[in-house]
Design a protein around this ligand. Sequence first.
Ligand code: MLT
Length: 417
Amino acid sequence: MGRGTRGACRATGVARNANIAKLQAGYLFPEIAKRRNAHQEANPDARVISLGIGDTTEPIPAVITDAMAGAAKGLNTLEGYSGYGAEQGKPDLRAGLCEAFYKGVMEPDEIFVSDGSKCDISRLQMMLGPGRSVAVQDPSYPAYVDSSVITGQTGEFDEASGQFDDIVYMTCRPENNFFPDLANTPRTDIIFFCNPNNPTGACATREQLQELVDFALKNGSIVVYDAAYAIFIEDDVPLTIFDIPGAKDCCIETCSFSKYAGFTGVRLGWTVVPKQLKFADGSPVIADFNRIMTTCFNGASNVAQAGGLACVKPGGMEGMMSLVNYYKDNCKLIRQTFVDMGFEVHGGTNAPYVWVGFDGRASWDVFAEILEKCDLVTTPGSGFGPGGEGFVRVSAFGHREDVEEACQRLQKIYGGK
Ligand code: MLT
């Protein structure tokens, strides 16, 4: 309430960030949570199941929580206490990540530990600055487009196309096997590429990744490669973009323990910036990312980093794989349910998301219908961009009994399709 006023709100003299004003609606997942809550309020007896946001549900393996508990208890002792750490992450964790995921490919000091990939995407945008041209897969994880809008990389939203001006939307649909037609894609400074893809669950082959890298090298672009779901890959394709020749000259990779180890609440991720990656003026990108991290971040929580270190040790790696396999079994149930009912089904083998076609019906209508008839939350495909229209994403992150019940409810309503 303004000084001297009662009951009435008074505006400040501060102009609103015009880029934020361009955003059309709230961020996708809070928007979905709002609709879920409204449904629950209207149907107080309903047991709503959420296979909407990809939020992990299963307990973190004990070998990892024990390490975090030990670190937390240690804070109570003189020997175990630590304050600020290196903004780039603890050296032993950087070395452990390198050994576990980038052995012989990257160096530990090219890995920046953080509080998660989503936060790193925004910090990368801050580093890149306004005015860069951006391409995204369409559909794609909404943080790429929204952070581009906020940073000032885009024009206005175009109602007719459902797209922001000045963003290149690289259509990824069944017709092109979910891989963009790069031969007909204009050059941009930055290409956001999520593989395995959220939301479609599609996974690019080695040849396709080489095509992406060659395209970026030819155009002098930087690929921000989001590998948050790489641990789910079962096909014989690279787990990191840095396995692809040329990638160190054009790629940054971001990844996270959120889906690997159930760290959506613990918060721990990392971003890999090769030393040889350069801006147009020849200056190293890693120096600017380091500048951003030291300015905008004080290092990940020391307790979370102790957990991360346990993750990349032998017992932790096995623990993570057993979690991943649990969600993979959920995927099989969801996939099979839709396949049996005769739906068009994609994803769900190299990624924890099943992408279901609903005969071209509007995604938000299908989302509302499934919520209304099955008390089940999904995610409307068009929430990930116009290329997702006609599809609904079903997440495999859930307790087994909830996934089983969700499948039964779906079967009851759509089984006669
Ligand atoms: C999703 O549901 O797409 C993800 O869980 C959201 C995220 O990782 O931020």
